[in-house]
Ligand binder design. Structure first.
Ligand SMILES: [Zn+2]
Length: 263
């Protein structure tokens, strides 16, 4: 083992570079042979008199080599690729993000709970085809009519670490704080259904796991709409709003996604 070995991968970096050097020298000789050919014959002559199988094999080898090395080159040369790796977040950053998110959700739940109200009887009846009655009894909703939820303080710190495209909580239709749903403007059927899917996800997964999956999902796609927990809530709300709405259990759907590691 050498000083610059990567113990995790069990490879010798020196050996790797010696083999890379060897392959590169072979490529230089292939390049020289082709250059020699190019000086002696025109492209037209080669196309006309060259054996088609030799030409085809040479072209295939050259493009396969180009593709292989270009793929590696793209990874090392483009800063955005490194940036992408960086913004997946370190384990410490993810743990910190989960703590921040859980704290914010607990605080906001407590702040909104006194003003929040149970669902109306008509809403509970309509939604009983999709959610357990116990959940519908438990959930509280509050319409902020433009007052809007506060921007979490930690978002500025997250942004300072170089994470961008963060969710704009003040322009989201609804925010689910465990079992309390706040609507920045007014309650709509779609936003309520979407929020209730999140309450089920939180009950099934637990708040910590939900927050962890949310943070990891966000770091992967770096957009609200690519977080699997959100994708599922959006798609179930769309199913609910179809003209010929079917009856389905949101809890079963969430359990199914959780069991399949789709979050
Ligand atoms: Zn959502």
């Amino acid at each position: 083992m050498y000083e610059d070995d990567d113990p995790q991968e069990g490879i010798s970096v020196m050996q790797l570079n010696s083999e890379l050097r060897h392959a590169q020298l072979e490529l230089v000789s292939a390049h020289c042979a082709t250059h020699h050919l190019r000086l002696r014959y025109s492209v037209d002559d080669l196309a006309r008199f060259g054996r088609s199988d030799l030409l085809r094999k040479s072209a295939e080898a050259a493009s396969a080599l180009h593709e292989f090395y270009q793929g590696i080159q793209n990874r090392v040369a483009k800063p955005e690729v490194q940036r992408e790796l960086f913004t997946q977040g370190t384990p410490e950053q993810i743990a910190q993000g989960v703590d921040w998110l859980c704290d914010y959700m607990r605080q906001q739940r407590e702040a909104h709970f006194p003003l929040a109200e149970p669902l109306a009887a008509s809403q509970k009846t309509a939604l009983a085809r999709y959610f357990r009655v116990r959940l519908l009894e438990q959930v509280r909703v509050v319409e902020l009519n433009g007052a809007r939820v506060p921007v979490p303080e930690f978002l500025a710190q997250v942004r300072a670490l170089g994470f961008d495209n963060l969710p704009d909580v003040q322009h989201m239709e609804s925010l689910t704080f465990i079992d309390v749903v706040a609507f920045n403007e007014r309650l709509t059927e779609r936003a309520l259904f979407h929020a209730l899917v999140h309450t089920v996800q939180i009950q099934v997964l637990g708040l910590e796991r939900y927050a962890e999956l949310w943070v990891r999902g966000f770091l992967k796609g770096r957009a609200l709409f690519t977080v699997p927990l959100e994708v599922h809530a959006f798609s179930l709300a769309s199913r609910f709003l179809r003209p010929l709405a079917e009856t389905f259990s949101v809890e079963d759907q969430v359990l199914h996604w959780a069991a399949g590691n789709r979050y």
